[in-house]
Design a protein around this ligand. Structure first.
Ligand code: GLP
Length: 250
């Protein structure tokens, strides 16, 4: 593991040769919070990046002497129009990759409801729910190849809270390769950048060669709405964890 600090503001940037070592390091603060806090609140992300992370957490939390019984989780986003049982929904992803494998209480796991009659009201309800929990202690984040975090696409205002977002064309193209259903969702309910920045700690994970260009752009750019992930430079407690492929252009 090595450090590459330049370009990321106050963030710690850690580069790992080995992906399992990365997942292990990313899980450490989660295990610590589970052991030390009465009611830990986590912000979770989806995507291919997080599959090995959740596998690592599920396989190791008991060995670490942890329980999720008192934990709450809030996911970043959900597609508008997909039911929790739809295989392409993020509800389904979380159940399959994490919630069914750990002892978290299902009533303590929250994602936006993609089939709410009014997605706008659902976004407001979801934001209030996060606030009422006392706020997110550790927010795990991935990054899109266009720099989106959650579904905050380029151009999104940094002041946005949880809201309904239209997916960028490039996001739909990338996502369609992972979707099983007959149609590619156009909209999602996503935590806003302001919601994300109100987490007390943020851990962003990026792996693979497909992320190396955007990681370099984030490092080289000032804070700009054209690259939503640059908003993280405004947060004081960010760790960016990269494998050597994602860090390849730094
Ligand atoms: C999706 C999600 C993001 C995720 C990103 C990267 O569009 N909304 O939260 O971080 O894409 O996904 P992946 O890890 O599959 O590259």
């Amino acid at each position: 593991m090595s450090y590459a600090r330049r370009g990321f503001g106050a963030a710690d940037v850690m580069v790992f040769e080995d992906k399992i070592d990365l997942m292990k390091s990313a899980a450490l603060p989660l295990f610590k919070a589970l052991k030390e806090n009465k009611r830990p609140v986590f912000g979770f992300s989806t995507g291919a990046t997080f599959e090995p992370f959740y596998r690592y957490v599920a396989e190791n939390y008991l060995k670490e002497g942890c329980t999720f019984k008192r934990a709450l989780s809030f996911n970043l986003d959900e597609y508008v129009g997909l039911r929790p049982t739809d295989v392409d929904s993020y509800h389904h992803y979380m159940k399959k990759n994490l919630f069914s494998k750990i002892d978290i209480q299902s009533g303590n796991t929250f994602l936006p409801n993609g089939t709410a009659r009014s997605p706008d009201s659902e976004a407001v309800r979801y934001e209030k729910l996060i606030e009422a929990s006392g706020g997110i202690e550790i927010q795990y984040l991935g990054v899109g190849v266009n720099g989106h975090i959650g579904f905050n696409e380029p151009g999104t205002r940094f002041t946005a809270k949880t809201h309904v977002a239209r997916l960028a064309r490039s996001t739909k193209e990338v996502n369609s390769a992972h979707l099983n259903g007959p149609w590619v969702p156009e909209m999602a309910i996503t935590m806003g950048i302001s919601t994300i920045l109100s987490a007390r700690r943020i851990i962003l994970i990026a792996t693979g060669e497909s992320k190396c260009k955007i990681i370099k752009s984030i490092a080289d750019s000032g804070v700009t709405a054209r690259i939503p992930a640059t908003a993280l430079k405004r947060h004081r407690n960010v760790t960016i964890m990269l494998d050597s492929a994602a860090a390849g252009a730094l």
